[in-house]
Design a protein around this ligand. Structure first.
Ligand code: C2E
Ligand code: MG
Ligand code: MG
Ligand code: MG
Length: 281
């Protein structure tokens, strides 16, 4: 009996894997054409300065309008994009598109709004990222200081000379660097200074609970203090409740991002949001 059940489980498992593989190939095939077919799109999520409740920019977040499956978030295709290497071409498109959009904000009279772009470890391993960033800035005319690149802690474990040189060149260009999902990875704090990082983004897993979880509140408090003593700014991610916003403000957190202010929205909707927000200020 047990043996029979075991075998059945095994069969189910194989069928699952086969369909997973099929999905992957399917997604990979379709993703290959997504740029050319104009199916990729950037959504923008507002970033707010807690002091003065002021809009300071947005994070660009990738979406895929799949012809059959509809609007897909990165959780549905980022693994495939990275493992297939397609993220290199996609990432180039993202950088260009985000810079173009940020220039549009400025021509619409919204000066001083910056754009943050997520990078993949796969992009960092190529040795042309410096050129890709420089080209995106030059071809769109965006000032380097208006572009922030988001890395994760694990990327800073890469200690090759080439990587150090890359970060140095990006900083020399005037581009800002942020550490995304801070607190979830291996944080060797000495790297933060060594790499001349400008900002930490505290992961939402700590932030969302600070109203009720004392341990998380202690972590967030410590990160903000540590960051400020290293002259780094802090953005808190995943703010969904006003109580959380109030606590973060009282802790001196600089910037905030979360559904409380806005979900990531289409480019045109972000522009409306930004105009409405700036007319209030
Ligand atoms: P991330 O960079 O940490 O982006 C923040 C994620 O948290 C976004 O998910 C955003 O929609 C979500 N979020 C923001 N506020 C809240 C909130 O209040 N509550 C909750 N529950 N979630 C919130 P999204 O858009 O699904 O992106 C997921 C991840 O995919 C990103 O995490 C980033 O690591 C990656 N990603 C997105 N766009 C790109 C891209 O262009 N290139 C690369 N390499 N990665 C990207
Ligand atoms: Mg990010
Ligand atoms: Mg991330
Ligand atoms: Mg994050």
């Amino acid at each position: 009996q047990a043996k029979k059940a075991g075998r059945n489980t095994h069969i189910v498992h194989q069928a699952d894997m086969a369909s997973d593989n099929h999905d992957r190939l399917d997604i990979e095939q379709a993703l290959r054409h997504a740029i050319a077919r104009d199916e990729l799109e950037l959504f923008y999520q507002p970033i707010i300065a807690l002091r003065g409740d002021r809009l300071i920019g947005a994070e660009a977040l990738l979406r895929w309008r799949h012809p059959e499956y509809g609007l897909l978030g990165p959780d549905r295709f980022m693994d495939v994009a990275e493992q297939s290497g397609l993220i290199v071409e996609i990432g180039e498109w993202v950088l260009g598109q985000a810079c173009r959009e940020a220039v549009r904000w400025q021509t619409e009279g919204l000066e001083g709004l910056g754009v943050s772009v997520n990078l993949s470890a796969v992009q960092l391993r190529r040795n042309n990222l410096e050129t890709v960033v420089a080209d995106a800035l030059a071809s769109t005319g965006l000032g380097a200081a208006m572009l922030e690149l988001e890395l994760t802690e694990s990327m800073l474990l890469e200690k090759s000379d080439q990587f150090l040189q890359l970060l140095r060149s990006l900083k020399q260009m005037g581009v800002k660097l942020a550490i995304d999902d801070f607190g979830t990875g291996y944080s060797n704090l000495s790297y933060l200074q060594r790499f001349q990082v400008d900002r930490l983004k505290i992961d939402k897993s700590f932030v969302s609970q600070i109203g009720s979880n004392e341990q998380n509140r202690a972590i967030v408090t410590a990160v903000i203090q540590m960051a400020h003593s290293l002259k780094l700014e802090v953005t808190a991610e995943g703010i969904e409740h006003q109580l959380v916003q109030r606590i973060l403000t009282s802790l001196g957190c600089d910037h905030a991002q979360g559904y409380l202010f806005s979900r990531p929205v289409e480019a045109d909707r972000f522009l409306e949001f930004a105009k409405a927000h700036s007319s209030i200020a």
